[in-house]
Design a protein around this ligand. Sequence first.
Ligand SMILES: *[C@@H]1O[C@H](CO)[C@@H](O)[C@H](O)[C@H]1NC(C)=O
Ligand SMILES: *[C@@H]1O[C@H](CO)[C@@H](O)[C@H](O)[C@H]1NC(C)=O
Ligand SMILES: *[C@@H]1O[C@H](CO)[C@@H](O)[C@H](O)[C@H]1NC(C)=O
Ligand SMILES: *[C@@H]1O[C@H](CO)[C@@H](O)[C@H](O)[C@H]1NC(C)=O
Ligand SMILES: *[C@@H]1O[C@H](CO)[C@@H](O)[C@H](O)[C@H]1NC(C)=O
Length: 623
Amino acid sequence: MAFLLLRRALLLFLHLCLLTWSAWGKVELTVNENLEVYLGDSAEIPCHYRFTDAKNEARFVMIQWFVRSAGNRARMRIFYSDGTQQIIDRNTDYSGRINVTSDQKETRLLIQNVQLSDEREFFCQINGLAAGNAEGKTHLRVFARPEAPVIEGILTGISVTNTAPSKVASCEVRNGFPKPNITWYRNKTPLMPKPGYVNMLTLVTRESSGFYSVQSTLEYKVVKEDQDSFFFCEVSFSVPGAVRTMDSHRVNVTVHYPTTTVELRKDSPQGLVQEGDTVELRCQGDGNPPPPFVFSREQEPDADLESSGDVLVLPSVSRKDSGVYQCRPLGAVGHAEVKGEMQLNVHYLDPAVVVPKDSEVMFKGEDLVATCNALSSLATTIVWYKDTEQVGQGNTLHLQDATYETSGVYTCKVTVPSLPSLHTSGSVHIIVQGGPQLVGVEEEVQLEEVAGRMVNLSCEAKGHPTPSISWSIVGSQNWQEVLSKENDDMTHSMVSVRVTSDVSALCNASNDMGAEVKAFRIKAIPRVTTTSPFSPVEGSGVIIVVIILCLLLLAVLGSVFYFLHKKGKLPCGRSGKQEISKEKTTKDDIVVEMKTNTKNEDAVLLKAVNGEKKGPNDQVTVV
Ligand SMILES: *[C@@H]1O[C@H](CO)[C@@H](O)[C@H](O)[C@H]1NC(C)=O
Ligand SMILES: *[C@@H]1O[C@H](CO)[C@@H](O)[C@H](O)[C@H]1NC(C)=O
Ligand SMILES: *[C@@H]1O[C@H](CO)[C@@H](O)[C@H](O)[C@H]1NC(C)=O
Ligand SMILES: *[C@@H]1O[C@H](CO)[C@@H](O)[C@H](O)[C@H]1NC(C)=O
Ligand SMILES: *[C@@H]1O[C@H](CO)[C@@H](O)[C@H](O)[C@H]1NC(C)=O
């Protein structure tokens, strides 16, 4: 068995070997079995021979070359030579294209400008008559490179729902020899025919020129992932001694696949939506090509909303537009469940409602709670202001123990922290009602004024309703109101009174709620120039008292000195004695001065209060 295998392998080796060895008679002949050349090149077919019978040296050697077309039994002679002549046969395909060179061991057939039709078998025949004869055969193989392959992809989309493989691309390679092969690739992987998935239809054309052109069509069942795949064809062709390849361009396919999921989302505005915004909702599916979409609201699934393409525009939304929106591919048969959904929330802030409304009257000392509320879809923050000053936070404002200062406009500002563009405000005017309240603490003002002067008396009162002020003045006919002002629950009145004698003035501020009175008492001082500083009777009385006091003091001092001297305890130095007496004396002087000048000093002090260096007709204002 092993021996048989070995024999077979040996035979195969001999067959594959380029050299064919023949022994016919006594001639050894060596030729190449095949010779491979490019079209248009020259081919040189060698034929080596040796007469083995040394005794029978060949005197006469006849060399002939024959050619035979593949599959044709008839041979044709193209060359003859013997010792005397060399003949290239006329009227053959080779008459003008061959030369033969021969010597004692070898003959060579040279064919110029090799044609496709030269793909034939060439025979060399050596005849030495008695020395023997032999024949050898060489198959001439001709090669021509094909042109670069041309690929054409299918431009229209291919649906993954097609049941049979669809044409994806076609590839053509022209003018090759021998026949080139086409291999299809998807990405980098060669494709093999697979029934129901991959078909390759190949058409081979033999051109009149003898070349082969090959056209191949790829039919392929596309899947969604093929939208990112590329396809190309590879041409393989033989050249002398090798196999070469060329690749075509790559082509893409447009894959159509149904929509399986749909997403609905808000394109604009960014963030929270408030009333008045224009809202754009975009519907996006995973299908290719994207189908048209229909939009609806959850509560009315059958009422299609008017949309432009895949966008639903809701101009100037209100809270009524809040809700669930849906979109689905138009005419989605069998995919009824494919839809996108989203919740739209339109936020709002209603105008603030303040209680009490507009304005509210309070009595002095009363308490009041004001509230401010604004309906909103979001959490709100409320701050109360009086003018620009913040007076409270939250939706209630407590006003306690009202005074006239409590009066004013209270504004509550409502804001939405999460949506700053939403804000509103409301206000209430608080009016504190009560009887007049005079400005200044004293109920009664006492003053003195030099007779003949003018005094301004001022009276200011707060109250609501605004108080009115009336004056009643006793002791002077000569008076008039020089100022009367009313504003913001405040009345101010001033009268100018000429002091002729003691004057008593009453300022009565009154309104519906009551009255308050302020009294002024002016003591008229007679003019200094027309009267003596003090009366003689009064003056002599004072002097007598002073003299008595001095005498008493001297007596006491005398007795003290005497006592100390007698005891001898007092040294003759004068210093201590002097200090004491000096002190006493000073003190006594002051007492005297004060007593004597009391009246005048009072007048001076009063003048200083009312103004410096006033003439007798100067006016004085008393509040
Ligand atoms: C054959 O050889 C001769 C002599 O060398 C040369 O003149 C002629 O051109 C050759 N013919 C061909 C076809 O090569
Ligand atoms: C072409 O394909 C055939 C069949 O598969 C094969 O025998 C031949 O060698 C191939 N030729 C080239 C040039 O690849
Ligand atoms: C094929 O598709 C890829 C990716 O989609 C792209 O980068 C490439 O340019 C396409 N090529 C052609 C020839 O269309
Ligand atoms: C002040 O005026 C009011 C209203 O005119 C009056 O009722 C009241 O008696 C007056 N008071 C005095 C002290 O005159
Ligand atoms: C009193 O009031 C009048 C009018 O306002 C004013 O002209 C005058 O100067 C005032 N007198 C004093 C002493 O303030």
